[in-house]
Design a protein around this ligand. Structure first.
Ligand SMILES: Cc1cc2nc3c(=O)[nH]c(=O)nc-3n(C[C@H](O)[C@H](O)[C@H](O)COP(=O)(O)OP(=O)(O)OC[C@H]3O[C@@H](n4cnc5c(N)ncnc54)[C@H](O)[C@@H]3O)c2cc1C
Ligand code: SF4
Length: 434
């Protein structure tokens, strides 16, 4: 098969256009480099009226917004899934690791939660604190200047609280807590659980002329047509195209391997164009792999050569091993005081929580050392397909005579809507028997 090879030699090829690839593109283009971004998914611009779903009502869809080919519902802007057509994935025996893959310009940043937290000083040197795991070879102080730059570049709201391991930053004003969040604050205070305004990347104030300000539609998961949320396409790649260097974007282009010269040094990439199914080669002085942790590992393992029979950068044989996902669990509670809510006012906000509980419960005597943080959800957001709660679940979990069908169901939905608060715990679990 003939492989088409481009004659142009880019300064840098960046594989993937998500959080990592987007930031590399912006920094390198701003510095005047000639950059090629090679992305496996299609082009996506949240402001494109052809794809925009941000302000659609569920009744505008024959499926009322229920999931089709999108894992999080029809209106959600997640092009990708745990299963991706044409990209087989199998699990090793005994493993239950489900691999979420985003496939679009901007990667997972189009539908991520936009919770934008820093690691704290203890996170870098946690072995010194509890004797578990290993310390990082760098410290918080090494990374702090970059966290500061990112806060200013992308725009993060929050508050400076002076907490030891939840460092202060450069924050925009946070939105006010809503009723369910006020209930949460009250309960958390009673039980001694910390609670502070959340830290998320939606613009509550204008930071530049290219991006709008959040108007509290509550639908960040559908992507923001005014670019008020952070996503790599609208906040990094598109601005990079306007800055000093040249940025050429190759979409629907699945990189297979990094090509190397006789000395084993990277010379470019080889990719399959998913539209014509042909193989192409691009050349560059430097290749940045930012195709997400697992995909970057896969490309390295695919890149076998004389100097690296085990895959590129894999002389230690650990590429693709010892990966750790962030783990979570969730629970929900019914608050009788939130029943029969007044529905005549709008309490939408940013597309996510306005308050949260920062990392707490760091105690190695627990069977999950290092604790967790709590993400809070609830309130009176726009009902979607499968919205908020299943009225019949009230029978099951709370032994309340709720639901049925027809008028009684409608009455109960109105009565109970907004009376459930959810808590998502997200933590770092360190296996104690290593
Ligand atoms: C639903 C959800 C909610 C999340 N919420 C949060 C949150 O609130 N806060 C937080 O900090 N993190 C959150 N995350 C995690 C966060 O989104 C990721 O950690 C981050 O996007 C990783 O950036 P990345 O650049 O490594 O990968 P990605 O953003 O996934 O980008 C990788 C890109 O590479 C492309 N690619 C892959 N393979 C190839 C290939 N072979 N050739 C060419 N291109 C390729 C992909 O198509 C993709 O566009 C969330 C993730 C999900 C899925
Ligand atoms: S809540 Fe704000 S940032 Fe999110 S999509 Fe709506 S306007 Fe944009």
């Amino acid at each position: 098969m003939q492989i088409k090879e481009s004659s142009e030699v880019y300064d840098v090829i960046i594989v993937g256009s998500g959080a990592g690839g987007g930031m590399a593109t912006k920094q390198l283009a701003d510095a005047g480099f000639n950059v090629a971004v090679v992305e496996a998914g299609p082009f996506f611009d949240p402001a494109d009226p052809k794809t925009m779903t941000q302000l659609k009502w569920p009744y505008e869809s024959p499926r009322r917004g229920a999931g089709t080919d999108r894992a999080f519902g029809e209106w959600d802007m997640s092009w990708g899934d745990w299963e991706v057509e044409g990209e087989p994935y199998t699990q090793a025996e005994g493993s239950d690791f489900r691999w979420w893959r985003a496939r679009m310009l901007g990667g997972r940043t189009n539908h991520w939660g936009r919770i934008s937290l820093r690691f704290g000083p203890k996170d870098f040197k946690h072995k010194d604190v509890d004797g578990l795991g290993e310390n990082w070879p760098i410290s918080y102080d090494d990374v702090k200047p970059y966290y500061d730059k990112v806060d200013k570049l992308i725009g993060v709201f929050g508050t400076n609280e002076g907490m030891e391991n939840d460092p202060d930053g450069y924050f925009l004003p946070p939105p006010k807590p809503r009723l369910h969040e006020l209930f949460y604050i009250q309960g958390a205070k009673k039980t001694g659980i910390p609670v502070i305004p959340s830290r998320m990347s939606m613009l509550t104030k204008r930071i530049n002329k290219d991006r709008g300000v959040c108007f509290y539609c509550g639908q960040c998961g559908r992507s923001c047509s005014v670019y008020a949320d952070f996503s790599a396409g609208s906040c990094l790649i598109f601005p990079a195209q306007k800055s000093g260097g040249k940025v050429r974007i190759y979409v629907n282009s699945m990189v297979r391997e990094v090509t190397v010269n006789e000395e084993g040094k990277a010379t470019g990439v080889s990719y399959i164009n998913k539209e014509d199914r042909k193989e192409y080669k691009l050349k560059a002085k430097i290749v940045v792999l930012a195709a997400s942790a697992c995909s970057s590992a896969r490309i390295l393992l695919n890149s076998k050569g004389k100097q690296h029979p085990n895959g590129l950068g894999n002389s230690s044989d650990v590429v693709g091993k010892y990966l750790h996902d962030s783990t979570g669990a969730s629970a929900a509670g019914f608050i009788p005081g939130l029943m029969n809510r007044d529905v005549s006012y709008n309490e939408d906000g940013v597309g996510g929580m306005h308050v949260y509980s920062p990392w707490w419960g760091d105690n190695k005597n627990l069977d999950f050392p290092r604790g967790y943080h709590i993400e809070v959800w609830g309130g009176m957001g726009q009902p979607n397909y499968g919205f908020g709660f299943n009225a019949n679940a009230f029978n099951e979990f709370f032994n309340l005579p709720v639901g049925g069908y027809g008028d009684s169901l409608r009455d109960d939905v109105k009565k109970y809507y907004g009376s459930v608060i959810g808590f998502g715990g997200r933590g770092e679990s360190i296996a104690r028997k290593r």
